[in-house]
Design a protein around this ligand. Structure first.
Ligand SMILES: CC(C)(COP(=O)(O)OP(=O)(O)OC[C@H]1O[C@@H](n2cnc3c(N)ncnc32)[C@H](O)[C@@H]1OP(=O)(O)O)[C@@H](O)C(=O)NCCC(=O)NCCS
Length: 243
């Protein structure tokens, strides 16, 4: 039996927290490429390129090689664009974690600890759309500690914080390829209320080809703890995990 402790972020957590954030975010790179390649316009485009190359060189091998090169190039551009997004977060709120999340009573950042190590992170701050909503951000759990309820407990920590601070709802956004995250949020009771497209500044070609849907979720915070569908395990400070 091991235990998981949820506590507020401390400055000594800085490097580990940034590493867990980077690892969690980087996981979507390959899924983004697969998503792009499965889309009909992309498949049609690649087929069109094969045809053009075949007609102009009369070599099937050259045509296939040409398309493979194009796929490698697109993969590189998507990875590069995603890296830029992570870098931009690492250079904004994730660079100044204390200032961004702990210096105002309306925001917070927590870490989940197990076996004496940090294994998960989550933060929250007032939403940009309305001050009545709290934005859940930077949720990530180390791969080897997933599926043990840590994500749910981190969510419930933010829900409790939102309730204590008088917020009406929790909001967040996640991408279409983050299936585990979507399952986590819907299992808690979040509802999808809006869909937009992923826009990476200065990467217009990637935006066009990828056109990645972003799902916006909302959870109306029940005024009484335990109401609603907050199916969270024993929260409080200690969560016991089955090993
Ligand atoms: C999303 C994430 C935080 C979930 O953390 P976790 O600790 O594994 O989540 P939990 O163990 O609390 O799982 C909660 C629920 O989510 C769902 N879920 C979690 N992982 C899943 C997976 N791989 N596949 C399907 N469903 C999954 C299940 O419904 C689960 O509930 P159940 O066990 O009662 O069936 C984790 O996968 C992660 O860090 N991913 C990478 C970073 C990321 O995507 N962050 C979210 C950005 S918005």
């Amino acid at each position: 039996m091991a235990s998981c402790n949820i506590r507020r972020y401390e400055d000594s957590d800085y490097e580990t927290v940034r590493d867990i954030f980077t690892a969690g975010m980087s996981e979507a790179h390959s899924a983004n490429v697969v998503y792009m390649l499965k889309k009909t316009p992309c498949l049609l485009g690649l087929f069109f390129v094969v045809c053009i190359l075949f007609l102009s060189t009369s070599s099937f091998l050259l045509a296939v090689l040409g398309v493979l090169l194009l796929v490698v190039f697109l993969r590189h551009r998507v990875f590069d664009a995603c890296d830029q997004c992570i870098l931009s977060s690492l250079n904004s709120d994730m660079k100044y974690i204390r200032q961004s999340y702990l210096e105002s009573h309306n925001s917070c950042f927590w870490v989940a600890e197990s076996d004496g190590c940090i294994v998960g992170i989550v933060g929250c701050c007032p939403a940009s759309e309305t001050k009545e909503h709290l934005d859940l951000r930077r949720m990530s759990v180390l791969k080897t500690y997933r599926g043990r309820g840590i994500g749910k407990v981190l969510c419930s920590t933010v829900i409790d914080f939102g309730r204590q601070h008088g917020y009406k709802a929790l909001v967040l956004d996640t991408s279409v390829v983050r299936v585990a995250a979507q399952k986590l949020y819907t299992s808690i009771g979040f509802k999808k209320y809006k869909e937009t497209s992923f826009e990476i500044p200065l990467y217009s070609m990637v935006n066009l080809v990828l056109n990645l849907p972003i799902y916006h979720y909302r959870y109306d915070i029940p005024t009484v703890p335990g109401e609603g569908r907050t199916c969270v395990m024993q929260k409080n400070i200690f969560l016991h995990l089955r090993m």
